[in-house]
Design a protein around this ligand. Sequence first.
Ligand code: ADE
Length: 243
Amino acid sequence: MTWQAHVLTLFPGMFPGPLGESLAGRALAGGIWSLSAHDIRAAASGRHRSVDDTPFGGGPGMVMRADVVDAAIAAAGAPHLPFLCLSPRGMRLDQARARALAEGPGVVLLCGRYEGIDQRVLDARGIEEISIGDYVLSGGELAAMVLLDAAVRLLPGVMGAADSAAEESFSGKLLEYPHYTRPAEWQGRRVPEVLLSGNHGAIARWRRDAALELTRRRRPDLLRSPLATEAAAANDCMTEKRP
Ligand code: ADE
């Protein structure tokens, strides 16, 4: 079954954008997933097809209208799929959520622009907001692409079989250890000798220690989770597997 992504946006021309290239692009062309970008403006009525208005109570910027957004959601016609609205106010996207979405039938993503979306449509439809990080983008579109990329690469058949199996144990509990390839010496810098030793036990221990040290320095917050202790023992890292 094709994993279905629907994106509701004022800028459908932004899609597939980078998702049409590389790993996600090949999977899209291969029918592993499908992408429909729905133009929110098509759901607006009136001569000007206006999608936004000034905020009640005053303040800067414009707010996307509840009636227009609601009609756009209805027109997308995918009520069976999980629905998320990209917003810096949401809970943070993480690897576990990306995996949960990849294990489902797909997702519908609503991209906000302007100052935000009229709260009433979010309340009426019980829409969950999700953020990709603590910074503010000019709209949800790039965030939607980030979310889709994180989910699509986990779909069966997108990465090589070996990598996807390995991915199961890599749950983002530790940062990944450093990688090296030929030449063994470059500009006077040698690859850590243990990696040339052929001693798989020693290599695994070196990688675990390097991952732990990196995590301790850069993301000590990750080590406070009980999963991190397990990960350290199992040598699991946040990894970026490629096909
Ligand atoms: N829209 C604007 N900023 C965002 C963020 N950080 N995450 C998700 N959607 C956004």
